[in-house]
Design a protein around this ligand. Structure first.
Ligand code: HEC
Ligand code: HEC
Length: 215
């Protein structure tokens, strides 16, 4: 428990610098302009952004707009999807570099359109012990919220209602250093440190099973 407290404190200290960062990146996007680019995304994420597990492509609807924009920027500038072995991240990084996505404001417009898509309920796929996961979750709530709703001021995404298999896959990527490796990726580096609280694959399944129960 002492260890967890230390981890949370370290995270919160890091987060205070992060707040300014997150706010600075909030650019109002034009959803109507973003719509014309969205057909580039449907083959993997679907017309409603509900995702496709067989393609490894997560649900992107229902996510906070600031976060979708930030991830698109990460993929475009090399803060995600460049580490050896991260095949899915590399696929998405390639998609973020299309000529139409390079113009100023293009990613903000696309993120605005994605956040306007209908938020369809997911079908849970992860098996875990939700009671065990509940015991681990308070450390996560500091940034992601008690209902996993995401907190923009902490740069932390919504977790509840997003593709559960993807949440587990991302926790593994943070732990392996396939996410949160870039100097400019402050949020990702923080999250990478947090995976110390989830020592095993089973503990990741458990916490995600608990997140599913919050839906
Ligand atoms: C070829 C398939 C493919 C296409 C096309 C594609 N993506 Fe992705 N996308 C993926 C995969 C796979 C991931 C998961 C990467 C990982 O596992 O780290 C992903 C991840 C993402 C994420 C990160 C979500 C999160 O919560 O971390 C966003 C945002 C995203 N895609 C948006 C888009 C948008 C917008 C487009 C259209 C420009 C697009 N994608 C086109 C396959 C694709
Ligand atoms: C100190 C704040 C903080 C704490 C505590 C924290 N996270 Fe995070 N988490 C973040 C941030 C910031 C991101 C986004 C990183 C980025 O921008 O790439 C994130 C991203 C994630 C993602 C990726 C989601 C996606 O769609 O890509 C998952 C899954 C996640 N966190 C789960 C957890 C779990 C489970 C816990 C508790 C064990 C936890 N987090 C604790 C800040 C935190």
């Amino acid at each position: 428990m002492k260890f967890l407290k230390t981890v949370v404190l370290a995270g919160l200290l890091l987060a205070s610098g992060q707040i300014i960062n997150a706010l600075a990146q909030t650019v109002p996007g034009d959803a109507a302009a973003g719509k014309s680019m969205y057909p580039l995304c449907t083959s993997c994420h679907g017309v409603n952004g509900s995702g496709n597990q067989a393609m490894g492509a997560p649900k992107i609807s229902g996510q906070l707009e600031f976060y979708t924009l930030k991830q698109l920027q990460h993929f475009q500038n090399g803060a995600r999807g460049t580490v050896a072995g991260d095949i899915k991240g590399m696929q998405m990084a390639a998609m973020s570099k299309g000529p139409r996505l390079k113009s100023p404001g293009a990613l903000a417009n696309l993120a605005a359109y994605v956040s306007s898509l209908p938020d369809k309920t997911i079908t849970p796929t992860v098996q875990g012990d939700a009671a065990e996961g509940k015991a681990a979750y308070p450390v996560c709530a500091a940034c992601h919220g008690t209902l996993g709703e995401g907190i923009e001021a902490m740069a932390a995404p919504r977790l509840t209602g997003q593709s559960d298999w993807y949440l587990v896959a991302q926790l593994k990527k943070f732990k392996k250093g396939q996410r949160g490796y870039h100097n400019a990726d402050h949020g990702g580096r923080q999250m990478r440190a947090m995976t110390a609280a989830l020592p095993t694959d089973g503990s990741m399944n458990d916490v995600v099973a608990y997140i599913n129960s919050l839906n």
